[in-house]
Ligand binder design. Structure first.
Ligand SMILES: [Zn+2]
Length: 68
């Protein structure tokens, strides 16, 4: 599991934009990871959650991609 700085570094290494697609701000808070249920209950994704500090947009990034 990544914590704040590791998560930001992983996103940078994958080329993820820091710009919010809703308001163009670049200020994000990180909120650890959560489990996202899929249609098949056995297929649960782990995702990292970030919240835009300007407009509140929530974005999720799949851990299986960021951690590889
Ligand atoms: Zn925003």
């Amino acid at each position: 599991m990544f914590y704040d700085q590791q998560l930001r570094e992983a996103l940078d290494s994958k080329g993820a934009s820091r710009k919010c697609p809703s308001c163009d701000s670049q200020g994000w808070s990180t909120h650890g990871n959560l489990h996202v249920p899929a249609e098949d209950a056995a297929d649960v994704l782990t995702a990292y959650m970030l919240v835009c500090q300007a407009c509140g947009l929530i974005r999720l990034h799949a851990a299986q991609v960021l951690e590889n």
